[in-house]
Structure formats: C-alpha cells, structure tokens
Write a protein that binds this ligand. Sequence first.
Ligand code: ZN
Ligand code: ZN
Ligand code: ZN
Length: 86
Amino acid sequence: MNDPACAQCGTPIVDTATLRKRDGVVFCCANCIAAADGAGGSSLACAHCGTPIVDTSSEVEIDQQVFCCHNCAQVHAGMSLRRSGA
Ligand SMILES: [Zn+2]
Ligand SMILES: [Zn+2]
Ligand SMILES: [Zn+2]
C-alpha cells in the first residue's frame, strides 16, 4: 500500500499523529481540513504547503519556519537534505 497523501496539499503522511479523515478523505492535519473548507485569513501559513495555520495544536516550528504539521516539516527537511532535483 502506498503512503497516504493529504488530499488538500499532497504532502505524504509519514506522521499519523495529526492525520485527519473526513468522508474517507485523508488530510495531513486539521489545518488542511480547514483549508479545504475555505478557511483563510490566518497570518501564519505552512512554509511547505502554504496552508493557513488555524489549528496551532499540530503546528511545528523548525529553524524559524512554521509548518502546519510534522508531515510537512519532515518532507521539507527531507527535500533539503537530499536535493534529489525538481
Ligand atoms: Zn495537508
Ligand atoms: Zn503544510
Ligand atoms: Zn499539515
């Protein structure tokens, strides 16, 4: 089985602690569900996927960059480590 990916931002879900499911659709965190519902206006946005961070319970901050959840943080860290091209 493939790793699930967020239906809103497409980030692979490697940390299921913040995983949310609604109507059989998987999201990386509550922020992406809110974004799918059209939420906006937050001053904070994920540095990886750009989702507005409205639920700070899953928020992660690394090197002064804010992510909506650990999934985006890990994918972002993995990309900068590997540099496997576009
Ligand atoms: Zn997401
Ligand atoms: Zn994100
Ligand atoms: Zn997320």
